[in-house]
Design a protein around this ligand. Structure first.
Ligand code: ADP
Ligand code: MG
Length: 393
């Protein structure tokens, strides 16, 4: 990390002719297990990854915010004393939304010169958007002494995504990038926000993140369809059960009442949801006991269920899992995120990662016709001050 921060420091100096006084980092995230159940009152289990968004910043006395991201060619200067709206699809909508929320809450803000850099692949489902929102919110909170709690920063960032930008999404992403901790997964109920940090020491394993490079075109329409199917299942189960969400019951109870569900497709969807929620609890138990073989088994089971019962996988995500099953140095693999493309994850022995990446690349390219990107990550910390740069400054 220090290599990157030193380079960014030099970039900052070159760009603004002064040193950056403060530097911050916010990670991206992956969901380890618990897929498509957040909207059924179920548990998700994301963790922060060691890739993310860096923000270097110093104040200016010129009454402007200057924005530059090394990930994009454009740069912007906007007056501090102005009300901001979303403009087109430019990337500064994200930081502008954050600043607007601070203003809406009555906080005084003043000029800043900002430099962003993200080493997360952008737009592939690792939540670079939550990362840039949360790093900006954390930095402003720190610099302007706004006094928000971490949870308030999460909610503020979610507001930026949902209202300022206008994308419907749950709270998991912002929560994970803010509350993540090194070697801990977060078992989270997205409705109640109850969460537990689960010890997740990966030992000799690393988390391989595989970007299928397949656009998630179908994801949104299929997502809405799945939400409706789950609601249909819930309604039928409610004839006998006093429940608010599908995840209020475990698999045993579900099996006693599943005859109420009349449509075979709806039945499959509900079965995935209930069983996946049980799998998250088993996964937390396995991780906290360092039983990575069992955790890996649950990852494969989760993928299988998403493929067969929930039908949100695809040949690209399946190819990653198929190859992983042939490699004895892989404990488990699964699609992560909404599906139909985006990313998969695998738990791979660190010493065997390079071979894994090479063989997977060959297998995948032969099956799919183009190459994936394969990254090695650990479970990292959530948003914070970058100490390496603070020392450097
Ligand atoms: P993801 O799955 O990565 O969250 P999104 O489409 O939700 O994909 O968000 C990606 C958008 O977030 C980018 O198009 C850009 O506007 C903004 N963004 C993310 N990271 C950066 C960055 N490092 N610099 C500038 N903008 C960023
Ligand atoms: Mg996003």
């Amino acid at each position: 990390m220090s290599n990157i921060t030193e380079k960014l420091h030099a970039e900052y100096q070159k760009l603004y002719n002064k040193p950056a006084e403060n530097a911050f980092f916010s990670p991206g995230r992956v969901n380890l297990i618990g897929e498509h159940i957040d909207y059924n009152g179920g548990l998700v289990m994301p963790c922060a990854i060691t890739f993310g968004t860096y923000l270097l910043v110093s104040p200016n006395n010129e009454g402007v915010f200057r924005f530059k991201s090394l990930n994009f060619d454009d740069h912007y200067t906007i007056p501090v004393n102005e009300s901001y709206q979303k403009e087109d699809t430019i990337w500064i909508n994200y930081p502008k939304g954050v600043i607007q929320h601070f203003k809406n809450d009555g906080h005084e803000v003043s000029g800043l010169d900002m430099l962003y850099f993200g080493n997360i692949p952008i737009g592939s489902g690792l939540s670079s958007s939550a990362s840039i929102e949360v790093v900006t919110a954390f930095a402003l909170n720190y610099l302007f002494n706004a006094g928000y709690t971490k949870l308030q920063l999460v909610l503020l960032s979610k507001w930026v995504e949902n209202v300022f930008i206008g994308l419907a999404s749950g709270i998991m992403d912002q929560f994970a990038v803010a509350f993540g901790e090194e070697n801990k997964a977060l078992m989270l109920n997205c409705e109640t926000l109850d969460y537990k940090a689960v010890d997740s020491n990966l030992g000799e394993y690393v988390l391989a993140i595989i970007n299928t490079n397949k656009l998630r075109k179908l994801a949104e329409s299929k997502y809405n369809e799945r939400v409706q199917e789950c609601q249909a299942a819930l309604k039928e189960l409610q004839q006998e059960l006093d429940i608010k969400n599908l995840c209020d019951i475990d698999t045993a109870t579900f099996n006693q009442h599943k005859h109420l569900i009349t449509d075979a497709t709806v039945l499959k969807r509900a079965q995935h949801v209930v069983e996946e929620n049980d799998r998250v609890k088993l996964a937390a138990d396995a991780l906290s006991k360092n039983n990575l073989a069992e955790f890996g088994r649950l990852m494969y089971a989760s993928h299988n269920s998403l493929r067969e019962l929930y039908e949100v996988s695809g040949k690209e995500l399946d190819a990653v899992v198929e190859y992983s099953k042939t490699n004895p140095n892989v404990a488990g693999a699964r699609m992560t995120g909404a599906g139909f493309g985006g990313c998969a994850i695998a738990l791979v022995k660190g010493s065997a990662f390079d071979t894994f990446a090479k063989e997977l690349n060959e297998y995948y390219t032969a099956k799919v016709g183009y190459a994936p990107d394969v990254y090695s990550s650990l479970i990292g910390d959530g948003v914070g001050l970058l100490k390496a740069v603070a020392e450097h400054a």
